[in-house]
Design a protein around this ligand. Structure first.
Ligand code: NAD
Ligand code: UDP
Length: 342
């Protein structure tokens, strides 16, 4: 049994490659390295003692993708390949629509040619938009996103639902991730953002390791107990395991299914920073500043469906997430690069 992991060198992709290998599946990876390094896969090979055939290709390029399917018997595609910076998507909408939609369209087109009809897609809690009550349930309406990145997820979900509706042999699993943080417990792979991190945890770890002076906490006047925003943080290893469960489900079912991958528990920004400091015994200097445009006060998953249908649930705690994020960052202060700190 082999899976093709598109975007396999990235943060979630590399952890997912490792999890599939550890559970006895063969993995083939494709990535154009636009936001990652092939060093992540080399380390996954080192950790597992297994080889990953790697194709450095843009998955929007049909001619470059076909040889993967000619050379390997792929049973399922795990589709991570996409651009993911919300703010950048507002500045570069065409690049986001072109890359994120064409990546999925091209993969599906080549899959159809080779008779491969199972896809697990990386969607996001952002598809719930602005108006749904919390906790988010899979049956809620999607749409009304505030940025092109979010719309690419809404549109990709619709495209894949259409593909599965048109051919009853297809199996599509849409996984809506909440906020993945943490790293593999070895500290060998982890999140490695280019430039200034947009997301909270990599910013925290870069402050803790001395690459940045202090964390700005965006907003202390939200209608939450401590005034800071609440999110559903999920350990990336739990998330990776969710993909194996989703693939196993797709092997035995057709049609489209949607699952939230979250813990079902909300944690505030201040709580996350304080837990990180306590668990790791390291200071994270921070200041409270104004709200960041577009942030919702609070959201978290209803995670019941994944537990009921996939038999999967998140097992790792916020303390585990903080410990593992720090273990990765302190052992790799510059991520996968050997350069001196910025
Ligand atoms: P990432 O940037 O680390 O990984 C994405 C990978 O895809 C990168 O290695 C990048 O080089 C590759 N890629 C992008 N476009 C490509 C293309 N056209 N051809 C080949 N490779 C391409 O991001 P991640 O955090 O691992 O996220 C993986 C997926 O999960 C993305 O689709 C993202 O939108 C989605 N997601 C992430 C989060 C999160 O908070 N990290 C939340 C919800 C959804
Ligand atoms: N956040 C923050 N400072 C930062 C980055 C993020 O206070 O430098 C806050 C952000 O306002 C949000 C939460 O942390 O409330 C999670 O943000 P992130 O960008 O990680 O994920 P999002 O929930 O936006 O997808």
């Amino acid at each position: 049994m082999a899976v093709l992991v598109a975007g396999g060198c990235g943060y979630i992709g590399s952890h997912t490659c490792l999890e599939f290998l550890e559970q006895g599946y063969d993995v083939v990876a494709a990535d154009n390295l636009c936001n990652s390094s092939a060093e992540s896969l080399r380390r996954v090979e080192e950790l597992t003692g297994k080889k990953i055939p790697f194709y450095e290709v843009n998955v929007c390029d049909r001619a470059a993708v076909r040889p993967i399917f000619e050379n390997h018997k792929i049973d399922c595609v795990i589709q991570f390949a996409g651009l993911k910076a919300v703010g950048e998507s507002v500045q570069k909408p065409l690049e986001y629509y072109q890359n994120n939609l064409n990546a999925t369209l091209t993969l599906c087109d080549v899959m159809r040619e080779f008779g491969v009809k199972r896809m697990i897609f990386s969607s996001s809690a952002t598809v719930y938009g602005l108006d749904n009550p919390i906790p988010y349930v899979e049956t809620m309406p999607t749409g009304e996103c505030t940025n092109p990145y979010g719309w690419t997820k809404v549109m990709s979900e619709k495209i894949l639902q259409g593909v599965a509706a048109a051919d009853p042999e297809w199996s599509v699993v849409l996984l809506r991730y909440f906020n993945p943080i943490g790293a593999h417990e070895s500290g060998r792979i982890g999140e490695n953002p280019n430039g200034v991190p947009n997301n909270l945890m990599p910013y925290i770890t870069q402050v803790a390791v001395g690459r940045r002076e202090k964390l700005s906490i965006f907003g202390q006047d939200y209608p939450t107990p401590d005034g800071t925003c609440i999110r559903d943080y999920i350990h990336v290893v739990d998330l990776a395991k969710g993909h194996v469960a989703a693939m196993e489900y797709a092997m035995h079912h057709t049609g489209t299914e949607i699952f939230n991958l979250g813990t079902g528990k909300g944690v505030s920004v201040t709580e996350l920073v304080e837990t990180f400091e306590q668990v790791n015994g390291v200071a994270v200097p921070h200041v409270y500043v104004g709200r960041r445009a577009g942030d919702l006060a609070e959201y978290y998953a209803n995670a019941d469906k994944a537990r009921r249908v996939l038999g999967w649930q998140a097992e790792r705690s916020i303390a585990d997430m903080c410990r593992d994020s720090w273990n990765w960052q302190k052992n790799n202060p510059n991520g996968y690069s050997n350069e001196k700190p910025l």
